[in-house]
Design a protein around this ligand. Structure first.
Ligand SMILES: Cc1cc2nc3c(=O)[nH]c(=O)nc-3n(C[C@H](O)[C@H](O)[C@H](O)COP(=O)(O)OP(=O)(O)OC[C@H]3O[C@@H](n4cnc5c(N)ncnc54)[C@H](O)[C@@H]3O)c2cc1C
Length: 459
């Protein structure tokens, strides 16, 4: 612990809370500035995505459990559902259900506001951590060192001197503009245009629905449509429908139900048409995943870091954002343990955080690029990989070992190369050809699988 040292975190979303928890082990004071007023488990203005289904990949859950021991059971005691990933829930890829089998993965199903409020309470219980209302406006310092942050609040803008500023203000982060204003370099950006639309609605759950399963998740099929229904606190179904490339789900009740009838499994349509709705459907538009290449900058100022969606905002279909924020929080902890005061802390952090992003970005971008309408570079390797992924999905419908490995890779627990291990690859080749598994999309079109499982070795 650096006595008398102060860190400031901008943003009290998932990434900001996890970063503050880690920083509290190394700084005697950690101040989080959040633009919204934050009370209870409500959807806040600054986090509109909180109205939509938020799945927590098991890699994220296990890291959070490490940082906040007892997290999973605390969520359950607040009404979240927990289940073994492939036994308590139904997964569909390529139009068919993945064979139920033990995966060693635990799904925690809850709304994003509940998840955030549990993490917030636990973070604020850590020594030296406090949460203040205020919107960050810019950095104070020069290209070599950030010394303070300007935050506007009740009494106008104020400068807060600090030893370290961590930007966790999400996808809309102004870090590139702030860095440029200091005379420092701003990162280059990678984008893919996916023009994804979400629509979400809550329904009352009645006992016995879905054969006692807690959720059904459908990855996008050849038609670019997908969705999920999960059992959340308050015994409700949280249903999200999604469509890519401008094919967005409607929010009126008839259009919502009609869209649900076009996705790969009948379960979600059944929930939507047989359960009592508890609110109106709300839309969300997500045009493009954005990756900011902080790890490629030649020089970065001391005293300033960026993480979470501000670093990389993923296509939400693959539920990677919170797990990657958790991995980056662990990377921050490792960098701090190697020297919280060293001048190269930001460079070391960006290098480690960039590697974390690489793995998830490759998985997601590979899946996005399997949609012909998504513009982007498709090498021979991309095509080969996607052909293999199609086999993985077909084999996962019938083969428990393939299903287990597939789910563990998608949950960022195992590297994608696990799908190339001889025992697994042999079964994929044997059971994944189109003649051995009857695979079709719900609309009867030939199946092209879209779940993010590229098997290229990561750099
Ligand atoms: C529709 C949708 C669905 C998603 N589904 C999933 C999912 O299923 N699983 C998953 O893991 N991820 C999902 N994500 C991504 C997930 O929401 C984020 O990756 C995750 O919350 C981490 O983001 P963050 O904390 O960096 O940013 P955010 O959660 O966006 O939080 C940023 C915070 O910063 C605050 N803020 C912004 N500007 C300022 C400022 N100037 N000063 C002070 N405070 C500021 C905001 O009010 C907010 O509280 C989804 C995203 C979207 C858009």
């Amino acid at each position: 612990m650096s006595e008398g040292r102060h860190a400031v975190v901008l943003g009290a979303g998932i990434a900001g809370l996890l970063a503050a928890r880690v920083l509290s082990d190394y700084f005697s004071q950690v101040t989080i500035f959040e633009r919204d007023s934050v009370e209870g488990a409500e959807v806040r203005r600054g986090v509109p995505q909180a109205r939509h289904l938020h799945g927590l990949l098991d890699r994220g859950r296990t890291i959070i459990e490490q940082l906040y021991p007892g997290f999973t059971s605390e969520m359950a005691s607040c009404g979240a559902t927990t289940a073994e990933a492939l036994i308590g829930t139904r997964w569909y890829v390529g139009g068919l259900r993945v064979v139920p089998t033990s995966t060693g993965l635990t799904s925690v199903m809850a709304t994003r506001p509940l998840l955030e409020s549990v993490l917030r309470q636990r973070t604020l219980a850590a020594p030296g951590v406090r949460l203040c209302e205020g919107a960050a406006r810019g950095l104070i310092g020069d290209a070599d060192r950030v010394r303070a942050v300007s935050v506007s609040g009740e009494y106008g803008a104020q400068a807060h001197a600090t030893d370290l500023v961590v930007d966790a203000t999400g996808r809309g982060s102004r870090a590139p503009v702030w860095l440029t204003a200091l005379g420092a370099q701003a990162p280059a950006e990678d984008r893919l245009e996916v023009d994804l639309g979400y629509a979400s609605r809550m329904f009352r759950r009645t006992p016995g629905q879905l054969g006692g399963h807690s959720s059904v998740i459908i990855s996008t099929g050849a038609n670019g449509r997908g969705g999920g229904a999960i059992r959340v606190e308050g015994d409700r179904w949280h249903v999200t429908l999604a469509g890519m490339l401008g094919d967005h789900p409607p929010t009126d009740p008839i259009g919502f139900a009609a869209f649900a009838s076009t996705i790969a499994a009948p379960d979600i349509h059944e929930i939507v048409t047989t359960s009592e709705p508890l609110d109106d459907a709300v839309p969300h538009r997500f045009r493009s995943p954005v990756r900011r290449r902080f790890e490629r900058l030649d020089a970065v100022p001391q005293g300033f870091l960026v993480l979470g969606d501000a670093f990389c905002s993923f296509n939400p279909l693959y539920a990677q954002g919170m797990a990657v924020a958790a991995q980056q929080a662990l990377a921050l902890r490792d960098c701090l343990s190697d020297g919280p005061d060293s001048a190269d802390l930001p460079a070391r952090f960006y290098s480690a955080a960039g590697k974390v992003v690489d793995v998830a970005w490759q998985l997601a971008a590979g899946a996005d690029l399997s949609h012909p309408g998504v513009l982007g570079p498709r090498t021979a390797r991309t095509r080969l990989t996607n052909a293999y992924v199609a086999r993985v999905h077909r084999a996962a419908h019938v083969d428990p070992l393939v299903a287990r490995t597939f789910m563990r890779v998608a949950n960022l627990i195992e590297p994608s190369t696990a799908l190339l291990r001889p025992r697994v690859a042999g079964r994929i080749m044997l059971r994944g050809s189109s003649s051995t598994a009857a695979v079709s999309d719900f609309d009867g079109q030939p199946s092209v699988d879209r779940t993010p499982i590229p098997i290229e070795p990561t750099r």
